[in-house]
Design a protein around this ligand. Structure first.
Ligand SMILES: C[S@@+](CC[C@H](N)C(=O)[O-])C[C@H]1O[C@@H](n2cnc3c(N)ncnc32)[C@H](O)[C@@H]1O
Length: 222
């Protein structure tokens, strides 16, 4: 896919989410669909510090990529108290909601594939419920670039428990390049970007669903 096609796809996604932003924080939607993945990310950040090196955790800089209305970035700021939290998204509608939520998080408009950070600037990069929209190899390469050695990346993404032919056909014909990677595809993507995979497991939702979130956590080797 060319950069121009990619921009066209990103614009379509962004327009949709700006339209959906006012309804996004609805309590049931959050509780059943989005919150379980965000809980997992908070647990991973807490468990690992924000880097594998404990001495670095007091200067942690964490970015939530495709932060939407900012629920997770705001929680990271309030619950983990790192030095700096960044919320990045391409949708101005979503960012407008996020800005109302917190003035301690630094909200920025940018694509996941071109982040506004210097090389090695961040200690942790997280993203929930959006990776399926990304140019996945480009986004993971960008996460690797902006992370310091020892920094961690946590990605939750919708992933079928088993191949679902209808979903695969729809994905190829209609949603492409959006893509819901399997466990093994994610492991290969992380390795390809230079990460060591530290954990991968299914995220538990309040009820069993055939399509669920998968969390994959990687470490940038020191
Ligand atoms: C389903 S929402 C998820 C929001 C939030 N992460 C959460 O868990 O509630 C998907 C978000 O991804 C953003 N998005 C999609 N593709 C993106 C890209 N390539 N770069 C940055 N943001 C993107 C959309 O604008 C939207 O806000």
């Amino acid at each position: 896919m060319t950069t121009t096609q990619r921009r066209g796809f990103n614009d379509t996604v962004t327009r949709f989410w700006s339209f959906a932003a006012p309804a996004y924080d609805q309590r049931c939607l959050q509780r059943w669909v989005y919150r379980p993945a965000q809980d997992e990310v908070i647990a991973q950040l807490r468990q690992r510090g924000s880097t594998d090196d404990d001495s670095c955790s007091s200067r942690a800089r964490i970015a939530d990529i495709a932060c939407g209305t900012g629920i997770l970035a705001d929680r990271i700021q309030r619950e983990l108290l790192p030095d700096e939290v960044y919320g990045i998204d391409m949708s101005e509608g979503m960012l407008a909601q996020a800005r109302k939520r917190s003035d301690r998080v630094r909200w920025m408009s940018a694509p996941a594939e071109e982040l506004p950070f210097e090389d090695g600037f961040l200690d942790a990069v997280v993203t929930t419920s959006a990776f399926h929209f990304f140019d996945q190899p480009a986004a993971l390469a960008e996460f690797h670039r902006v992370l310091a050695p020892g920094g961690i990346v946590a990605v939750t993404t919708i992933s079928p428990r088993q191949p679902i032919p209808v979903l695969q056909a729809l994905s190829a014909a209609v949603w492409s390049p959006a893509h819901n990677p399997s466990e093994s595809e994610l492991l290969a993507l992380f390795a390809g970007a230079g990460f060591t995979v530290a954990d991968q497991h299914r995220v538990r939702r309040p009820i069993w669903t055939p399509i669920s979130d998968l969390i994959t956590v990687g470490v940038k080797p020191a």
